[in-house]
Design a protein around this ligand. Sequence first.
Ligand code: HEM
Length: 255
Amino acid sequence: MSGFYGFLFEVYPYVCLTVFLLGSLIRFDQNQYSWKSDSSQMLRAGTLRWGSNLFHAGVLFLFFGHLVGLFTPHSLYGIFMSAGTKQLLAVVAGGFAGLLCFIGLTLLLHRRIFDDRIRHTSHPTDIAVLVVLWIQLVVGLITLPYSLQHVDGSVMLILADWAQRIVTLRPVDATAMAALPWPYLFHVVFGMTIFLLFPFSRLVHVWSGFATIGFLFRPYQVVRSRRLNVPAGYDMPGQPAAVAPMTSKIQERRL
Ligand code: HEM
């Protein structure tokens, strides 16, 4: 399919993914001191605790829900669950997480706009990110009643097929996407736009959040003994003579 929808569902996803991946890499390489989520807790803790915790709990559930929901092939879950059941699960679980996220995000947005201290110290992208996420979340919640109108899960299958084809570089059916009701179209296109804006905002901290999982598999701490840090051939008083050859071996290895 060519034209407007062809661009939106066949070309735009790759534009967004390229900017997302390359942009994040370039920012990490060129500007590491800007790679942070700029906590505002010291300026005003207040609603941040409830807002940030509710928002993060909700958004992380939604993120992984979208990941599993969109990218698990139907042939895999179809063995023990129909598409309709999976959609119902997504609507109920996603609806609950979406509600938590909505409360948290609204608190964060309210605080950032109406608290003078926070507003004056915010970068324009800090506010823009919250507005963009808020709109995306609200439209996502608007899709829920639409999904309940076709309980066979047919729309979910069209969306999942499109997403799986995009990431596996296979041709997509933009015509099927274009025929969906407006909240789905908006949600998909705006969602891709979030990936496009990602490297230019504080959202880059999400990479680091996920990277902390690597901490679980980190190598053991390397501890150097001060005892061995002596010139080669020098017998330290009170130490066994074997220390000296060991030290010279270490120095040889360093050379
Ligand atoms: C991966 C795990 C994550 C970790 C560890 C994490 C951590 C943090 C931290 C420490 C802050 C600063 C809170 C403060 O002001 O003290 C923050 C703020 C923020 N995070 Fe995350 N985050 C994660 C995932 C996400 C995700 C998936 C999103 C959305 C897509 C997100 C969006 C935001 C936003 C918009 C703010 C700013 C909130 C404000 O206006 O104060 N985070 N995050």
